[in-house]
Design a protein around this ligand. Structure first.
Ligand code: UDP
Length: 310
């Protein structure tokens, strides 16, 4: 039985990855220090003998006994308000944590995949963003702690690949949504759905004309799984190119929730990217992957989840 370590395993994406690898017949070790993760996301797995959970901060030395075939590094605060609250931890998990896990991968001869991000493109001057674009990031702005940690993570991962010959994979994840997002993580989807279900006004930041492209979590997990099993070591964008403004998104949330809430406007956070859309040509060519779940369907599935937790 192949063994995989998933850091951030109790988080939104990490927990869906745990489910997928269990489903594929792997032995799964989830590691998380639970500062933004939640055991409720994986409690349905605890009874399985193929599943283990380690409560550990990967910024400190990581020990895992026995063999490991794959390591997926998904630990990190990942929403703007989380990494504003936890700036040092965000920098450490992307840098020290990645270094520790690369060392572990090297000693176990495991294949290593990192969760990188569209944030490496910053407030992009190229649209849509392809993997050859180097980005427009403010290193000392409020998002710098996340963006630069992820850029360093890519750099050190590539160095282990070229210098040590480690098998590495880099996925650049664009906005993703689905069940198990935290209602209070500050991201636009949980914020809007929470507000709509509570009958509060929806808070659009700026004038709401900035754009994002939202990918349903099952599509993302499929792309990551295919990338891990491929032999491609360079970054691959995984996301849904369907781009909308935040104003349009607010209207969609009002429509699916049946809410008569208003949209109100709040100041735009500093360095908030004005537009974002993945160019997924590379993922199509190399992974034969493209998203399948329409936003209308994905939002319905996500709303079912949030109705239970609001
Ligand atoms: N946003 C918003 N209202 C909210 C939360 C977010 O208008 O209550 C906007 C935010 O300014 C950004 C977009 O929605 O332009 C997506 O924000 P999110 O925090 O989900 O992720 P980002 O893509 O910025 O990392």
């Amino acid at each position: 039985m192949k063994k995989v370590l998933i850091t951030g395993g109790a988080g939104f994406l990490g927990s869906h990855l745990c489910d997928r690898f269990i489903h594929e017949g792997f032995h799964v070790i989830a590691m998380d220090n639970l500062i933004t993760g939640n055991l409720a996301n994986i409690e349905h797995l605890f009874h399985l003998k193929e599943f283990e959970f380690y409560n550990h901060d990967v910024s400190k030395f990581v020990h895992v006994p026995g063999d490991l075939d794959y390591i997926l590094h998904f630990a990190s605060p990942a929403s703007p308000i989380d990494y504003l609250k936890l700036p040092i931890q965000t920098l450490k998990v992307g840098s020290l944590g990645t270094h520790n896990l690369l060392g572990l991968a090297k000693s176990k001869k495991a294949r290593f995949l990192i969760a990188s991000t569209s944030e490496v493109y910053g407030d992009p001057l190229v649209h849509p963003q392809n993997e050859d674009y180097w980005g427009n990031v403010n290193p000392i702005g409020p998002r710098g702690v996340y963006d630069e940690a992820k850029r360093f993570q890519e750099a050190i991962t590539m160095a282990y690949h070229t210098f040590h010959g480690l098998e590495t994979r880099i996925v650049r994840i664009f906005n993703t949504y689905g069940p198990r997002m935290r209602l209070d993580d500050g991201r636009v989807l949980p914020a809007f759905i929470g507000q709509a279900l509570r009958g509060e006004s929806l808070t659009a930041f700026g004038d709401g004309t900035q754009t994002r492209s939202f990918c349903y979590v099952s599509d993302l997990v499929e792309g990551i799984y295919r990338l891990l099993m491929s032999d491609y070591a360079y970054p691959v964008n995984v996301g849904n190119p369907g781009e909308i403004t935040i104003n349009q998104f607010a209207e969609e949330i009002l429509a699916i929730t049946g809410s008569d809430s208003k949209v109100i406007y709040k100041p735009l956070p500093q360095d908030d990217p004005k537009q974002r859309q993945p160019d997924i040509t590379r993922a199509k060519e190399i992974l034969d992957w493209k998203p399948k779940v329409e936003r209308s369907e994905g939002l319905k599935l996500t709303l079912d989840y949030f109705r239970k937790v609001v």
